[in-house]
Design a binder for this molecule. Structure first.
Ligand SMILES: C[S@@+](CC[C@H](N)C(=O)[O-])C[C@H]1O[C@@H](n2cnc3c(N)ncnc32)[C@H](O)[C@@H]1O
Length: 455
């Protein structure tokens, strides 16, 4: 059957809900239209941007009747900025929508008629200023170089930021100081279009519980600035403890690059759940420190440790979950693909005086069998994979291993649901409960902690 709409057609639509990823869901006689910038309860005029047999995509061009959940967005860059999608949606509604997205994913993709879903854990203590890491891109403006985020839906346009509501005064202040420095030094932002210019990115990471900040400047090749002066500029912020410089000689916009230490310690520290964690420029750290503590608390609760268990922490990053659990288990074994993160995890065990945790660099899909030989069969396996979930091999190995308890920390309910379906259908696991956690207000992201047990 042909789709009932055509590209560029203008439609009037009622938005029913938000789909995972953040687009509004509307229906035309059952045919689904995903509407960017449409919020639940809105009646909008929308232009169709893509048509498929199963659904269409559209962009809301006018709100004809605002839904009851719309609020005033505080940020002057909203909605042009690609960072926050839902500042104009009441926080309670954001929570309800995220909760139902996890429920729907488990039902539709996981094949579970009544998913055992707990209440969503709201973000606390603040729904703004929660990020401990921001990555700014340099851009050219009529006033000179500036720094900001990509415009919503645009990889090629960067918004000149005055204030970001997701970072702190330090994150905003360092950005402005570096912008002024770039203008003073007469340095040109890099342009991906013609591979010209010099300044590419600025990364600011903060230990929110320690008050320490790490700065990473990313440029194109060549030393076209005086490193000592750049250090002086960022050291005007007493929080700055570690200043790095990276060169990116490729067009791709990445910041996970080797770094040269310009000043200070190689790392900063963060404190989570009473433990100190060393964070180096390329190491993974959950970007909302306060909520990471809650997330790890839920993982610990799900693990249900008594002190005698062998625990695996797979996709362990800098060892945060494993070290949190080490206090109540016999041994912890962590696997992580980034060698820099593994180095941090080993240091973190040492600085916290934890002697029953070991961490290894490796790809989870490839090392499960080897790990069993070292550690013996685990009693509890905790996995915290990237958005793609447990890639085929990892899923098969873990399924066959069949640890009695599997705690799945997920940043993507759709891959969680798919993996849960396989673990239930093919490997005899039962899903006991899932708790959604809102770590990232105003964005479409939702975390979940799921507990699976061998039936
Ligand atoms: C969502 S993070 C979780 C990190 C950690 N559990 C935490 O809470 O900070 C996922 C981690 O998996 C790592 N990773 C990605 N693919 C991997 C793989 N195939 N094998 C091992 N680690 C991987 C990433 O480097 C990243 O540190």
């Amino acid at each position: 059957m042909a789709a009932p709409v055509t590209r560029d057609e203008e439609l009037e639509l009622e938005i029913e809900s938000l789909a995972y990823g953040g687009n509004g869901v509307a229906r035309l006689d059952g045919y689904v239209v995903f509407v960017r910038r449409g919020l639940p309860g809105d009646r909008v005029r929308a232009r169709v941007t893509k048509v498929k047999r199963s659904h269409a995509e559209a962009l809301a061009t006018d709100v004809l009747r605002a839904g009851p959940h719309r609020v005033e967005a505080p940020c002057i860059h909203f909605p042009a900025c690609g960072g926050c999608r839902f500042q104009d949606l009441a926080y309670e509604t954001q929570l309800e929508q995220k909760h139902s997205q996890v429920y729907d994913a488990l039902q539709r993709l996981g094949g579970i008629a009544e998913p055992p879903l707990q209440e969503i854990v709201p973000c606390e203590p603040e729904i703004f200023h929660y990020r401990n890491k921001v990555e700014y891109s340099f851009t050219q403006t009529p006033e000179g170089p500036a720094l900001g985020f990509h415009k919503a839906g645009r990889w090629d346009e960067v918004l000149n930021l005055e204030k970001c509501w997701l970072t702190t005064d330090v994150g905003n202040g360092v950005r402005d100081a570096v912008r002024d420095w770039a203008r003073e030094e007469g340095l040109a932002p890099y342009s991906q279009t013609d591979n010209t210019g010099y300044l590419r990115h600025l990364v600011v990471r903060e230990g929110r519980n320690t008050g320490q900040a790490l700065i990473q400047l990313v440029t194109a090749p060549g030393e076209h600035f005086e490193p000592g002066y750049f250090v002086d500029v960022v050291r005007r912020f007493p929080q700055v403890r570690s200043v790095h410089w990276s060169i990116n000689d490729r067009p791709a916009e990445v910041t996970n690059l080797p770094t040269k230490l310009l000043w200070g310690e190689e790392w900063i520290e963060e404190e989570i759940g009473g433990l100190r964690f060393r964070v180096r420029p390329n190491a993974f750290l959950q970007t909302n420190t306060a909520m990471a503590e809650k997330l790890y608390g839920l993982a610990a609760e799900a693990a249900g440790l008594t002190g005698s268990e062998t625990v695996w922490d797979l996709y362990c990053g800098i060892g945060t979950i494993g070290l949190t659990l080490a206090r109540s288990s016999l041994t912890v074994w962590g696997i992580e693909v980034s060698e820099e993160s593994v180095a941090c995890a080993l240091e973190n065990a040492e600085i916290n005086g934890i002697t029953n945790a070991a961490f290894f660099a490796g790809n989870v899909g490839q090392v499960v069998e080897e790990l069993v030989e070292r550690s013996g069969a685990p009693d509890v396996v905790v996995v915290d994979p990237p958005r793609a979930g447990l890639a085929g091999k990892a899923l098969r190995h873990l399924g066959r291993l069949g640890a009695p308890r599997l705690v799945y920390v997920s940043c993507n309910p759709t891959t969680l649901a798919g993996d849960v379906k396989t673990l239930r259908g093919e490997y005899g696991y039962e899903l006991l409960n899932v708790t959604p956690v809102d770590m990232f207000p105003h964005t479409p992201h939702v975390e979940s902690v799921a507990l699976l047990q061998q039936a």
